[in-house]
Design a binder for this molecule. Structure first.
Ligand SMILES: Cc1ncc(C[n+]2csc(CCOP(=O)(O)OP(=O)(O)O)c2C)c(N)n1
Length: 368
């Protein structure tokens, strides 16, 4: 009897995986290597994008130092991820919604959130979660992956209201292992909602390497399961990140549904300032290989070649960023302290009996 022919799904897989090649526009030397994909930003736009990335690098340096001095609370470093964060955000338009993860404070700031609010968020102050009218954004999500489901819902809301806007969300490589990740992209696909889903693949979920998160060769190919387009992009290349996000936005607004974007990037610092030690799970060779790909360095080279950037200009931006941090911190320091009773007052109109007892206890403590 002839043996049954065996299915060979691996053939399909390798065919799919081969299609998810990483897109690059600006290489490590600051040269345009893919003219067709150059988003052709104006000189002013190029300078603005660089300004935002440099400003954000300074914010990261200052936030890290302030955390070490005990002047900030929770902080997840961002250096190395500026192209992934800032260039993707730069592709958005007014009225778009941002649903960040805990590392995505820079996008919130450039979306209009006052820096003081970000500092208050870091300190766990409730006012850090009260956003001004017109800042279309949710608070940084701490629950890994949850923002993907929320993003699908916000995007569906945008669609139902007939707005020409999108909702964009960010997670890390680790976030793609969560059920919420799949639910989010599937729901948005099913409803053809104007959503953009970004995976910032910085290679580690705290200390767990990307290879242990999934057997998939790329994370962007997970889009296939949801029936939506996916793309892998050099996450250290601001022009490529801008290009894919802008294209995703155009598609979404044209009614063509969501896109999944995987940005290949690296965080130079620790996972958070709460105490992980990256030297225990990364080598210094790996660090320096990625530092050679730095988004600010390559963009600086490119802009200097076009006579659009100089040392003096960069110094100006650095000084401005430092002054902005100083002023925002002063304002945060002047904000009235959060108390336990104050928090209970805000949360409950009528307090449950067990809390009444605690309320009295803290009231006594706070009055001392
Ligand atoms: C549902 C859930 N599980 C676990 C955690 C604890 N946790 C905090 S950060 C993190 C790793 C996330 O890694 P990744 O998604 O790659 O994002 P990155 O921090 O690298 O930006 C984990 C497991 C959490 N916050 N939420």
């Amino acid at each position: 009897m002839a043996a049954n022919k065996k299915l060979n799904p691996v053939d399909v897989l390798s065919e799919i995986e081969a299609k998810f090649e990483m897109l690059q526009v600006l290489n490590e030397k600051g040269e345009i290597v893919n003219k067709d994909m150059d988003p052709k930003l104006s000189d002013e736009e190029l300078v603005e994008l660089m300004t935002r990335m440099v400003w954000t690098r300074v914010l990261d340096e200052r936030s890290t130092a302030l955390n070490r001095q005990g002047r900030l609370g929770f902080y997840a470093p961002t250096a190395g991820q500026e192209a992934s964060q800032i260039a993707s955000h730069y592709a958005l338009s007014e009225g778009d919604y941002v649903l960040p993860g805990y590392r995505d404070v820079p996008q919130l700031i450039w979306h209009g959130l006052p820096l003081t609010k970000a500092f208050l968020f870091s300190r766990g102050h409730y006012k850090g979660n009260q956003f001004p009218e017109g800042v279309n954004a949710l608070s940084p999500q701490i629950i890994i992956g949850a923002q993907y489901v929320q993003n699908a819902g916000v995007a569906l809301g945008i669609k139902k209201r007939g707005k020409e806007n999108v909702a964009i969300t960010y997670t890390g490589d680790g976030g793609t292992s969560q059920g919420d990740f799949y639910e989010g992209i599937n729901f948005a696909g099913a409803y053809n909602a104007p959503a953009i889903f970004v995976i910032q693949n910085n290679n580690y979920a705290i200390s767990t390497p990307r290879e242990l998160q999934s057997k998939a060769a790329t994370l962007a190919q997970k889009a296939v399961s949801a029936g939506i387009p996916g793309v892998v992009v050099d996450g250290m290349d601001p022009l490529a990140v801008y290009k894919v996000t802008k294209d995703a936005r155009d598609r979404a607004v044209a009614g063509e549904g969501p896109t999944l974007i995987e940005t290949m990037c690296y965080r130079y610092g620790p996972h958070t300032m709460a105490g992980d030690d990256p030297t225990r799970y990364r080598t210094s060779d790996e660090d320096s290989d990625w530092e050679k790909k730095d988004p600010i360095v390559r963009f600086r080279t490119y802009l200097e070649g076009k006579k659009l950037w100089s040392k003096e200009k960069e110094e100006e931006v650095i000084e401005q960023a430092k002054a902005d941090v100083k002023a925002a911190l002063k304002e945060a320091d002047a904000t009235e302290k959060q108390t336990v009773t104050g928090l209970m007052d805000l949360m409950y109109d009528v307090k449950p009996s067990n809390l009444k007892e605690q309320y009295e206890y803290y009231k006594g403590k706070e009055s001392k």
